[in-house]
Design a protein around this ligand. Structure first.
Ligand SMILES: Cc1cc2nc3c(=O)[nH]c(=O)nc-3n(C[C@H](O)[C@H](O)[C@H](O)COP(=O)(O)OP(=O)(O)OC[C@H]3O[C@@H](n4cnc5c(N)ncnc54)[C@H](O)[C@@H]3O)c2cc1C
Ligand SMILES: NC(=O)c1ccc[n+]([C@@H]2O[C@H](COP(=O)([O-])OP(=O)(O)OC[C@H]3O[C@@H](n4cnc5c(N)ncnc54)[C@H](OP(=O)(O)O)[C@@H]3O)[C@@H](O)[C@H]2O)c1
Length: 425
């Protein structure tokens, strides 16, 4: 155990050192850029769709580097940055939900005046030169970056765009969970595991059943994590875990009350059934103009290693469109850190494209960093798990029993440079 921790920290320091160096150089360069960029009337639009982990990182990078003659137009439908990492916890724990909505003020900090236009709206389609918005507005683009991610029902995502309404959704989830003695959580990926363990740890008298389609929980990760999670849920928390079962979710909502599920050996009644069955990529924007750039297998946007959108019927055409983060069919993990890394690749390739050069920077996932997971297993129990790069890389499993109830929301605000006191505004 100790050796995992020591080896992991040593390896992480090797990665973090150069990263901090690059971040310092980036800050100095951004300061210089803020003095030299000029707002010109004919500036071309570099449009970014989506303002979550992937999109905001790119917007910030563009405002720090775009040459004069170009500006950023950023389109996001939410009023606040949705810090979805904490949504499952705040679907159970009361009076904390506001903390998961970070004001977007950070996005223009230090950016030269006029370089960024922010539009709160929903993009509904793209053509080869425009983005069409729900309001009816058309935004032309010279280069487009799509980071529209994926949609999942509560507790992974909220459906409302305004913070006040989104908070009410989470409060509704808290009340429904509190009022239900016998709860089924369907789907044993990270969201299902975190939600089931929180419900049982906050409400030990409830009957909680976690149902998963495969023979192992967390089947996308290594067996050490799978074993650890099963022991923590089944043996410690006394959650009933049903494996190799794929019941159909009830029609009419993800928080279905007083309903039954069908298993291989019959039906069973539950007071509440919560589905945590994975993501639906927000790729339909491409349906009209580039339908063949949407994967038939998983509905993600097809991309080249440069994260440039790939149109299967026109394979040699270099579109000035990039897709990254959870919406893109890339070779990396579906994690916030992967979106950040990919934003750097897209930034470099956009800068090349607007200068008339080929996009040449390729995305090669760093699984050790991008694929690492910090998984909560109840109120204060959590486990950190990472796998070294390379085919035979070893894995690291570091448990902890001192997780914070609010999942350190204040640190998330700090990371985005937003004053936590704004929470009460
Ligand atoms: C509960 C939970 C916990 C997680 N915890 C972690 C963690 O601890 N660490 C980690 O690294 N990863 C974690 N992940 C994974 C991580 O959250 C995702 O990989 C990440 O959110 C993907 O970021 P993204 O920017 O690609 O897309 P998303 O986060 O899905 O965001 C897409 C954005 O685009 C906007 N958008 C979508 N369509 C449109 C449109 N048509 N017009 C305008 N705007 C639009 C949305 O409003 C949203 O803001 C977690 C995921 C979940 C569900
Ligand atoms: N702490 C963290 O870092 C953290 C926390 C949460 C989420 N995440 C990440 O966010 C992404 C989404 O996570 P997620 O948990 O929502 O999705 P996920 O990883 O896709 O897990 C959902 C699981 O539900 C199973 N499933 C689907 N339908 C089912 C059914 N009817 N009955 C039983 N099981 C069913 C799926 O199995 P099949 O493949 O068999 O369909 C899948 O394994 C992942 O990349 C995850 O790693 C990270």
């Amino acid at each position: 155990m100790l050796s995992d921790r020591v080896t992991f920290i040593t390896k992480a320091l090797i990665v973090v050192g150069p990263y901090l160096g690059r971040a310092a150089i980036r800050r100095v360069a951004a300061y210089g850029h803020s003095w030299t960029w000029r707002n010109t009337p004919d500036a071309k639009n570099i449009v970014v769709l989506g303002g979550s982990f992937a999109g905001t990182e790119l917007v910030r990078g563009l405002t720090e580097t775009l040459p004069t003659g170009n500006k950023v137009v950023w389109i996001e439908k939410h009023s606040h940055f949705n810090y979805i990492f904490n949504f499952p916890r705040y679907s159970v724990l009361k009076r904390h939900e506001q903390r998961a909505f970070i004001p977007y003020d950070f996005i223009a900090t230090g950016a030269p005046l006029g370089i960024l236009t922010s539009i709160q709206d929903e993009a509904i389609a793209i053509t080869d030169a425009h983005v069409l918005l729900a309001s009816g507005e058309r935004i032309d683009y010279a280069c487009l970056a799509i980071a529209t991610g994926s949609t999942q029902p509560l507790p992974a995502n909220v459906s409302c765009n305004k913070r006040s309404e989104a908070c009410r959704e989470l409060q509704g989830a808290q009340q429904t969970i509190e009022a239900s003695p016998n709860i089924a959580v369907v789907g044993g990926g990270a969201v299902g595991v975190q939600l089931a363990s929180d419900i049982k740890d906050f409400f030990p008298t409830k009957d909680v059943t976690l149902i998963h389609s495969r023979d192992r929980l967390m089947n996308r990760f290594g067996s050490r994590l799978q074993d650890y999670v099963l022991t923590a849920l089944r043996d410690e928390l006394k959650i009933r875990v049903l494996l190799n079962e794929r019941p159909k979710l009830p029609v009419g909502g993800n928080f279905a009350q007083s309903t039954s599920l069908t298993f291989s050996d019959g039906h069973e009644e539950f007071d509440l059934v919560i589905g945590c069955i994975g993501q639906r990529p927000n790729s339909s924007l491409l349906k009209i103009c580039y339908p063949d750039a949407i994967s038939k297998e998983n509905s993600r946007i097809l991309v080249r290693p440069t994260l440039q959108v790939f149109s299967a019927t026109n394979p040699t055409k270099n579109l000035p469109i990039f897709a990254f983060g959870d919406v893109a069919d890339h070779s990396g993990p579906r994690m916030g850190r992967a979106g950040w890394t990919q934003a750097g690749v897209v930034l470099e390739n956009i800068l090349s494209t607007i200068q008339g050069q080929a996009a040449s920077r390729r995305y090669v996932p760093d699984i050790f960093i991008e694929g690492a997971i910090k998984l909560t297993l109840g109120k204060t129990h959590l486990v950190f798990y990472a796998v070294e790069n390379g085919e035979h890389g070893s894995d690291f499993l570091i448990p902890s029993r001192d997780g914070k109830l609010d999942l350190e929301a204040e640190n998330a605000w700090k990371e985005y440079g937003v004053d936590f006191k704004q929470l009460w505004k």
